[in-house]
Design a protein around this ligand. Structure first.
Ligand code: HEC
Ligand code: HEC
Ligand code: HEC
Ligand code: HEC
Length: 455
């Protein structure tokens, strides 16, 4: 015990001498163009993420998702990720952030800026993380001029890949993986893990961003963490279940993959080294096109690009069909629950089935909200989706018994075959949301905010 305490005291003393390992930058360094002349190749390849423009419409492609997210922002608007250059634009344009005409209006909290811009770190430096996070999202737009950039991942003084987000550093430490203790390749990948992870806003701590990793990073441990805290992201509009939204856990799903086992990280696949015209090596900062790096990266271990493209397609199809199978069950479970409430079931009767719905949907979301899962860890996705379906079926069996007890032997399901129909069912007025957004963009954003987003 004594020894451990001494070690702790020593490491605290060292930390005090060296300062924190987190990136420290001057106000000017938070602006991306500041870095351009010194690092032209890195800058140009980073800027080229602008070429990835496709964002799709997940809700139009899959109206089930509108029902599953009923009562929550993701039922309003949900797109696929695209280039890092678009992070601020897409957040500002999303119907999820609404149309706050002044600093105190919602709907979203300031921590929504958490994974979009280095300007947030500049504001943390200026006003403190707690004061920043206490405010609403709309309170800070006038400060946000840079999309995901150099100071998000680098300390200008050392130039090394270094995370800038204090909440990420706390997350790594809680998971027993302190940044300072990692090998260089993991440190580099931890720059991605600032954002490509599951998180929530901690209501007990100024709505700061928090990673739910205190008990581990696997889906069971994170679910146990949320259950123990009685945390919910929202109450479901149809079933009244206490829901969780899983967010893009790329880091967590990669960590238990075959590639992680072989020390192949996000950086190897998404940021390989290449040479400039003078033969000087640099890291390609266009993170978007991993399969385009086949020859430089994958070919060390995999045969041909054509085989790889086919493997990815097949993996995607398999994940997709497991997703659809789970979705059918969980979507119906929400309607079954609504029918049970209507038939007169009380909270005590409903509790267990609502928890099943929560747990089933968590696993479904964990598997599919992680974009690229078909490349990163398809077997984990399939395992979670199978569990999602099984738990969803348990919910439905329980609800069937409750319904029978209240004299209902058949539930009729409404038509949710299109995004528009499903949005009406979850009580959304799309025209109103669009009008709000238009007003906000034209009368506030285009006049007062540095990133001019068009409607
Ligand atoms: C999302 C995180 C991230 C962003 C954003 C980012 N970098 Fe990097 N950068 C890295 C990582 C990770 C490495 C190290 C790669 C390695 O060690 O293999 C790196 C390496 C570098 C290096 C070292 C030489 C090299 O190319 O490997 C320089 C210089 C650099 N980045 C400059 C920049 C500049 C300038 C910007 C902004 C235009 C920027 N970076 C944006 C993560 C990032
Ligand atoms: C500051 C937060 C942040 C960091 C750090 C970050 N990302 Fe992202 N990433 C995002 C966001 C937000 C998007 C979606 C942007 C959009 O759609 O507007 C995204 C999108 C992506 C995409 C999709 C790109 C496309 O063209 O479709 C890939 C791939 C990606 N990130 C990989 C990485 C890798 C690899 C790293 C580490 C080197 C990294 N990201 C670091 C926030 C981040
Ligand atoms: C073995 C190589 C490899 C590793 C390691 C890897 N990725 Fe990927 N990633 C890919 C490939 C390939 C795709 C694209 C699959 C496709 O196009 O079908 C992808 C897709 C993605 C996407 C989705 C892009 C989109 O537009 O849908 C994101 C985000 C992403 N990766 C981030 C990360 C992060 C963060 C890490 C580290 C935690 C990581 N990746 C580790 C190869 C890798
Ligand atoms: C250091 C070696 C290595 C590199 C580099 C590598 N892989 Fe792999 N990859 C493996 C091994 C080993 C497996 C597991 C055995 C297998 O399925 O062939 C694997 C499996 C896969 C799988 C199947 C995933 C699964 O869990 O079933 C995909 C998809 C994949 N790799 C894509 C890529 C892509 C894309 C790249 C380049 C961007 C890449 N790999 C780079 C070694 C590597």
């Amino acid at each position: 015990m004594m020894k451990r305490l001494n070690k702790l005291a020593l490491s605290l003393a060292i930390a005090a001498i060296c300062g924190s390992a987190i990136a420290k930058n001057s106000p000017a360094d938070y602006s991306n163009p500041t870095w351009k002349d010194k690092y032209p190749e890195q800058y140009a390849s980073w800027a080229s993420t602008e070429e990835s423009t496709d964002k799709g419409d997940i809700l139009a492609d899959n109206p089930n998702a509108v029902i599953l997210f009923g009562g929550y922002g993701f039922a309003k608007d949900y797109n696929k990720p695209r280039g890092h250059q678009y992070a601020v634009t897409d957040l500002t344009r999303s119907l999820r952030t609404g149309g706050p005409m002044d600093s105190s209006e919602g709907p979203m909290a300031a921590s929504c800026w958490g994974c979009k811009t280095p300007d947030m770190i500049r504001m943390y430096d200026q006003v403190g993380e707690a004061d920043f996070s206490d405010k609403k999202w709309g309170a800070w737009g006038h400060e946000m001029s840079n999309s995901i950039g150099c100071a998000d991942c680098h300390d200008a003084e050392t130039g090394k890949p270094t995370p800038a987000r204090p909440f990420a550093m706390r997350g790594f430490e809680a998971a027993g993986e302190k940044f300072e203790d990692q090998e260089d390749n993991i440190k580099a990948a931890m720059t991605c893990a600032q954002c490509h992870v599951e998180y929530h806003f901690d209501g007990a701590d100024h709505k700061k961003v928090k990673f739910p990793w205190d008990g581990g990073q696997n889906p069971d441990a994170m679910l146990a963490y949320y259950d123990a805290k009685n945390f919910k992201d929202w109450t479901h509009k149809i079933s009244k279940a206490p829901m969780l939204k899983a967010q893009h856990p790329e880091w967590e799903t990669w960590k238990v993959s075959v590639h992680a086992e072989m020390d192949v990280t996000c950086i190897d696949c998404h940021m390989p080294k290449q040479e400039n015209a003078k033969g000087v090596e640099f890291s390609n900062h266009n993170v978007g096109n991993a399969i385009g790096n086949f020859e430089a990266v994958c070919a060390d271990c995999h045969d041909t690009k054509a085989d790889m493209v086919e493997l990815l397609r097949a993996n995607k199809a398999e994940v997709h069909s497991a997703q659809a199978a789970a979705e059918v069950v969980i979507t119906k479970a929400h309607f079954d629950a609504a029918a049970a409430w209507e038939a007169g079931a009380d909270e005590a009767e409903m509790k267990a089935s609502l928890m099943d719905i929560r747990h089933a949907q968590w696993r479904w979301d964990y598997a599919i909200a992680s974009h690229g899962i078909h490349a990163h860890n398809p077997s984990l996705a399939l395992e979670q989706l199978a569990q999602a379906k099984a738990i969803g079926e348990q919910a439905r069996a329980k609800l069937k018994a409750i319904l029978a007890k209240h004299g209902v032997n058949e539930v009729t399901y409404p038509d949710y075959s299109t995004k528009a129909k499903a949005q009406v069912l979850v009580g959304l007025d799309k025209a109103k949301l669009d009008a709000q957004k238009k007003k906000f963009l034209e009368e506030r954003v285009q006049k007062e905010w540095p990133v001019k987003v068009q409607y």
